[in-house]
Design a protein around this ligand. Structure first.
Ligand code: SF4
Length: 426
């Protein structure tokens, strides 16, 4: 039985070949382990959607590109009407009323690694199945085989650390914080961690197979305490790793940053979101402007390059608060900053309560739900608020981008991002 896993194109993304399809590589690895024949079609970076013949397809859907995935599924049904098509991913998990448009045979909610071999096994035996599969939360992340990187041209993706091609690592799933804008439907509210041993084993196998010493941890908080980073340091001593990762912006223990620096961390990224306390409170971020400033200072003192992520346009945002956030960036000493347009993602608390927070959804077209306006100027116009209309926010974002482009920054990633800021503003 052949299973083809599909990542759909993202034509308006500023770089749709930035990252390998890590989620699908995980699902593929477990299917391979269970004896299935698997291929991955990553349609990113190509206009040529050449459908492979397979007995079963798994299509990963994200909110802004879900419509493209539905089109691909319809095409598969026309070409291979006997094939079984499963939809999965963050979008279907966040949208329980997800309309399968009659084209998907099954919708798999939740983490797909353990579920997909079971679904494929039923399918192989032609067993009866419901249209919906609720996958169990995976408690032991160490039980998932390492991503099947050999199924894609892994060195062709673009993400870099310190100018070197880096691989993505996921060492944690789930988050216990309650930020209103965040969609935690897929991985849940409880942080689960892989063991440090298991992560280091994966890194060693990537070094042996691909000669890659550069990594990006996609975890929300890969090193939440001193013990974990010290353990990682002991296990990777002398390996010469360099990596980039996230940290909470209210991290108060400077020893964690010092250990991160010693273990090869070059850039630490913080979800700061805003330079205005009232907005942080409205987002239920649980951080303070002052705490964020202190954390940035500590990380810089430890020798790390600091990067901040910001959201513009959350209900309550005004032209004045945008200016204040820009001032925050300048005063904070942050080396790099990236700004995203607020969109109310399905699965987030704010999405379900927009009225309560004074916002009005102006479109139900999910292809508008991009945090970053695409190369064709599309995306990001999803809500009007009494403080800013969607069009006004779009204009403000263009000004911020111009300012960002002119701002001094250091580090390969920010330079790369700056190059990509040249796109239409329609
Ligand atoms: S934004 Fe980050 S800290 Fe907040 S809930 Fe989401 S993952 Fe957790």
């Amino acid at each position: 039985m052949h299973i083809n896993l599909i990542r759909v194109p993202d034509p308006t993304s500023i770089d749709d070949m930035l990252d390998e399809p890590l989620g699908l590589l995980y699902v593929a690895a477990n299917l391979l382990k269970e004896g299935f024949d698997v291929s991955i079609s990553d349609y990113r970076g190509t206009d040529d959607i050449c459908i492979k013949e397979a007995d079963m397809y798994g299509i990963q859907l994200y909110t802004p590109t879900a419509h493209i995935g539905i089109k691909i599924a319809k095409r598969i049904k026309r070409m291979h009407p006997w094939a079984y098509i499963v939809a999965g991913g963050a979008h279907v998990t966040a949208v329980p009323y997800f309309d399968t448009a009659g084209v998907f045979d099954m919708v798999c909610y939740g983490e797909g690694e353990m579920a997909m071999p079971v679904i494929a096994g039923y399918r192989e035996k032609r067993g009866s199945q419901s249209k919906i599969w609720q996958a169990n939360t995976i408690e032991s992340l160490d039980a998932i085989p390492f991503p099947a990187r050999h199924l894609v041209p892994i060195m062709d993706y673009h993400r870099k650390v310190e100018g070197h091609r880096c691989f993505g690592i996921i060492g944690q799933r789930g988050c216990g914080y309650k930020c209103m804008f965040c969609d935690r439907a897929l991985f849940g509210n409880r942080p689960r961690y892989r063991s440090v041993e298991n992560i280091v084993k994966e890194i060693e196998s990537c070094i042996d197979t691909y000669g890659v010493w550069h990594y990006e941890f996609f975890d929300d908080i890969p090193f939440p305490n001193l013990a974990r980073i010290q353990h990682f340091g002991e296990m990777t001593k002398g390996m010469g790793l360099e990596y980039r990762c996230n940290s909470r912006s209210d991290q108060k223990n400077d020893l964690i940053f010092k250990e991160m620096q010693k273990t090869g961390c070059k850039v630490v990224c913080f979800g700061i979101e805003s330079g205005v306390q009232a907005l942080l409170d409205a987002m239920k971020k649980g951080t303070t402007v002052e705490g964020n400033l202190n954390t940035i200072k500590m990380a810089k003192a430890a020798g790390l390059t600091t990067m901040g992520y910001f959201i513009l346009g959350y209900p309550g945002e005004t032209k004045d608060t945008i200016k204040k956030t820009m001032e925050f960036v300048d005063n904070s000493g942050l080396d790099q900053a990236q700004f995203y347009t607020f969109v109310p993602l399905p699965g987030s608390e704010i999405y379900a309560n927009l009225d309560k927070y004074g916002a009005k959804l102006i479109t139900s077209d999910f292809s508008e739900f991009y945090h970053v306006t695409g190369t064709d100027g599309h995306g990001g116009k999803t809500i009007d608020t009494p403080w800013l209309k969607a069009d006004e926010l779009h204009e403000e974002m263009q000004k911020v981008r111009k300012w960002l482009k002119e701002r001094n920054s250091k580090g390969a990633m920010q330079d790369y991002y700056k190059e990509k800021l040249d796109y239409k503003t329609a």
